[in-house]
Design a protein around this ligand. Structure first.
Ligand SMILES: NC(=O)c1ccc[n+]([C@@H]2O[C@H](COP(=O)([O-])OP(=O)(O)OC[C@H]3O[C@@H](n4cnc5c(N)ncnc54)[C@H](O)[C@@H]3O)[C@@H](O)[C@H]2O)c1
Length: 245
């Protein structure tokens, strides 16, 4: 699966699934730019460059439209192009419908939906001019099936599937494929906060009988980002151990 020398932005790459994606892409020869709001992104990038691979950290919030546009311009001026955009950054602010505040709703919409719109809109013209691009966005099984306490998150994760299918249609003719991945339960800082008894219950709904490691997701991103996946467009690939079958 070829991503060698491709210039790839991975948002939310300081830790969790994004970190695993950045590491796997760099291992496969991509030049990776890690975006995150956490300073930890610097150490993640350093750990990659220490192995002699290509990585750079930019501290940026994907919800900040002008910061995203400035960062894209800086990348193009340094690397000459952008081939791959991994829209991985995402947040949760869980509450049941009856308890959810406007602030919790807005926070999740701002990052998980608007942020992904800003990033993709900023990068698409560069890919269009080049006649090549791979855009992959993190959805979730919550976007496919809903989840207790996740009105805001479910809206965004279903929303990115709609955006993915629309962009696949609009951009396919320019050599750009646009796909989504719907992770099931993955062991990351995002899910660390979930109580053990809830995790045990979740396990019973996953046919393979274990929770994913971030690397289990990264391989799916690598496939969809590769040159070889050129005929895969507009899908949402669940990687969830069979949960959403
Ligand atoms: N872990 C799971 O079980 C699971 C399941 C389904 C979907 N997902 C999705 O996969 C993606 C990665 O999840 P994870 O579990 O690795 O989460 P995580 O919380 O461990 O990592 C997310 C990263 O995104 C960064 N981030 C948050 N807001 C940002 C912003 N505004 N701009 C830039 N970076 C920002 C965080 O700082 C963090 O480093 C998310 O979109 C998440 O919704 C995760």
């Amino acid at each position: 699966m070829t991503v060698k020398n491709r210039v790839a932005i991975v948002s939310g790459a300081a830790r969790g699934i994004g970190r695993a994606i950045a590491e796997l892409f760099a291992e496969n020869g991509a030049r990776v730019i890690l975006w995150d709001v956490l300073d930890e992104g610097e150490q993640t990038a350093q750990a990659i460059t220490d192995k002699g691979q290509s990585a750079e950290f930019m501290k940026i919030s994907i919800a900040d439209k002008s910061a995203v546009e400035d960062a894209v311009a800086a990348i193009v001026s340094k690397y000459g192009t952008i081939d791959i955009l991994i829209n991985n950054a995402g947040i949760t602010r869980d509450k049941t419908l009856l308890k959810m505040t406007d602030e919790q709703w807005d926070a999740v919409i701002d990052v998980n939906l608007k942020g992904i719109f800003y990033c993709t809109r900023a990068v698409a013209p560069i890919m269009k001019e080049k006649g090549y691009g791979r855009i992959i966005t993190a959805s979730s099984t919550t976007g496919l099936r809903g989840n207790y306490g996740q009105t805001n998150y479910a809206a965004t994760k279903a929303g990115v599937i709609g955006m993915t299918k629309t962009w696949a249609l609009e951009l396919g003719r320019y050599g750009i494929t646009v796909n989504a991945i719907a992770p099931g339960y993955v062991k990351t800082p995002m899910t660390d906060a979930i109580p053990d008894n809830v995790k045990q219950m979740a396990l019973m709904t996953i046919p393979v009988g274990f929770l994913a490691e971030p690397q289990d997701l990264a391989v799916g991103y690598l496939f969809l980002a590769s040159d070889e996946a050129r005929f895969v467009n507009g899908i949402c690939l669940p990687i969830d151990g069979g949960y959403s079958r």
